[in-house]
Write a protein that binds this ligand. Structure first.
Ligand code: FAD
Length: 311
């Protein structure tokens, strides 16, 4: 983490906001893995106008990072420099019009799925098992059970680093498996999702099936980050990991889940370095065993700790 005088210099350059700016903010507690160093500055904007005027006035050399539900992230132990933005209450609206659901970026996927079900709208059940936010889902092209965001998105609204707004269709966002081509600095603000009118009981049943399938097959009560690696073409990552003998493999407090071996777990004392190092070890072993190079699905962000362990 930055020396105190550099942090003071960063804070001096920040535009005035109506929301909350917190210096040296602990953010591990906001993540599913519960690891990682502090954010130099954490910004919780009061609303979209506050975010837009902040980005417009923020000097361009100050890095900006956006966090959603942090369910697909390892934040490194050295923390995140610059400004980390986490959208709060002002970005959680979910509205329904006919069979279209419009969700703000910080609305959780499960909330959107339930709101759709309560309005007798089907087609969004897949979101009920994904523990992130709509913003994260739009960025990651989140998906499950043969449906992904790309299939249901009508249009997403984003704001760029200079504060300009963009409205884009899925075709313009260049979606592929768990990937979106939108510029890295875009912050998604909302998404319009296309459902289909259906029957609330049938939709509930589908959501219950999804919940129980996950309960049985994923370590959903652990400190985890979802699927660690993307499934390579024609392969399941978990099968390759299993074949390479990595089920249960440990490094420090990090472990490859015994329940689902494409999940890493913080058993309680893991650092981000333990988790990332274990992931790299798995990649090495899978490549040695199968010749296939796994690609990380989990995003790793932030800095390594400085020598001596200060963060
Ligand atoms: C138990 C478990 C099960 C999971 N199952 C699935 C699954 O079935 N399918 C699946 O696809 N994923 C799954 N995941 C992974 C994860 O939930 C998804 O990738 C989710 O969409 C991430 O959303 P998030 O809000 O948590 O994003 P984060 O983890 O906070 O961020 C992920 C990336 O999105 C970016 N981001 C976040 N919000 C925004 C925004 N508003 N605008 C722009 N970029 C943003 C971040 O900068 C980062 O690069 C699972 C995770 C867990 C822990």
């Amino acid at each position: 983490m930055m020396a105190a005088q550099n942090l003071d210099h960063l804070i001096d350059q920040l535009p005035k906001v109506r929301g909350t700016l917190t210096a040296n903010a602990p953010i591990a507690r906001l993540t599913w893995f519960r690891v990682g160093g502090n954010a130099e500055v954490l910004f919780d904007p009061a609303d979209q106008d506050d975010l837009q005027s902040f980005l417009t006035a923020l000097p361009l050399d100050i890095p900006v990072t956006i966090l959603g539900g942090a369910s697909n992230l390892i934040i490194r132990d050295g923390g995140i420099s610059g400004v980390t933005i986490r959208l709060g209450r002002a970005f959680t609206d979910v509205a329904v019009d006919g069979s279209v659901v419009t969700a703000s970026a910080a609305a959780m996927d499960i909330t959107v799925s339930r709101k759709a079900r309560n309005s007798e709208i089907g087609g969004l059940e897949f979101l009920s098992g994904i523990p992130g936010s709509i913003g994260g889902a739009v960025r990651m092209n989140a998906g499950a059970y043969e449906t992904e965001i790309n299939d249901v998105l009508i249009e997403a609204t984003a704001i760029d680093r200079q504060g300009n707004l963009h409205r884009k269709t899925p075709a313009e966002l260049g979606y592929t498996y768990r990937h979106c081509d939108a510029p890295e600095d875009w912050i998604f603000l909302s998404a319009q999702l296309q459902g289909q009118l259906g029957n609330a009981d049938a939709i509930s049943t589908r959501m219950e099936e999804i919940a129980s399938a996950r309960e049985n097959s994923q370590p959903i009560r652990e400190r985890t980050g979802g699927s660690t690696f993307k499934n390579p073409d024609d392969h399941k990552a978990w099968q390759l990991i299993d074949k390479a003998g990595c089920r249960g493999l440990q490094r420090g407090g990090a472990q490859v889940s015994n329940t689902h071996c494409n999940f890493l777990i913080n058993t309680g004392t893991a650092t981000a370095a333990d988790l990332e190092g274990l992931g790299e070890e798995v990649r090495r072993r899978v490549e040695d065993e199968t010749g296939i190079k796994l690609e990380w699905e989990i995003k790793r962000i932030g800095a390594l700790p400085t020598v001596g362990g200060a963060s």
